[in-house]
Design a protein around this ligand. Sequence first.
Ligand SMILES: C[S@@+](CC[C@H](N)C(=O)[O-])C[C@H]1O[C@@H](n2cnc3c(N)ncnc32)[C@H](O)[C@@H]1O
Length: 247
Amino acid sequence: MNREQISRIAHAEHPIKSPLDDDSVRRLLERGLPRGDERVLDLGCGGAEWLLRALAMCPHLHAEGVDISEEALAQARRAASDLGVQERLVLHHQEAGDFVSSQPYDLVLSFGATHAFGGLLPTLAAARKHLAPGGRVLIGEGFWDRAPSPEAREMLGDFTDLAATVDRVVSEGWTPVHGHVSTRRELDDYEWACWGSLASWALDHPADPAGSQVLTTATTRRSEWLRVYRDTWGFVSLVLRRTPDCL
Ligand SMILES: C[S@@+](CC[C@H](N)C(=O)[O-])C[C@H]1O[C@@H](n2cnc3c(N)ncnc32)[C@H](O)[C@@H]1O
């Protein structure tokens, strides 16, 4: 089983691929979409769960998503059709960094895909190129809630603490107008959902040749979470506007 198949099973019960519950997602979208008739772009949209929720919330919204995974985009197309929002959703199968559009967007969002641009600040720089005047960016990023062990840093990457993360964003000319720090419950629910779904799949498919690989992955990833990063890693979501030069 490849990484994408594993990820699809892991997220079966938590289609938002970040430690955010449904209420948090809805509130973040409401802050990013004050009018309800915006043009929205999702860089690294995956199955377009954020866009589908935004389209369902706002009947006058138009959304576009970019992703390199044809499988994820096919899933997004099916879900859009099931929801009856397919005419307001355009999906682009390409590298997010190569995406160009003749029209700007009122909201650019990116969750779980900052690695595609080389980190948080390059992702914001890419989002800025697509942003209409007065537009907003909605982005999620990890941070260190406590000093990480070298193993945690090696496993998850080179984050900063929450204050430094926000400072870095501000120093690039952005003003946070709303934010959400994932709660302990959201963080734990997300991890249990991912590794629990994988473990359940393995137990439900004992004769499948991939069964033991899937159970081993669930066990390893659950143990890494509990032993290596549960106590140190956090996740912040930010709604950002450009800071005018005169301020
Ligand atoms: C963790 S998933 C997040 C999906 C979605 N944003 C969400 O939160 O549900 C990361 C997504 O980024 C996509 N991705 C990774 N590198 C990419 C790139 N260079 N260009 C576009 N998409 C990319 C992957 O295919 C995957 O769908």
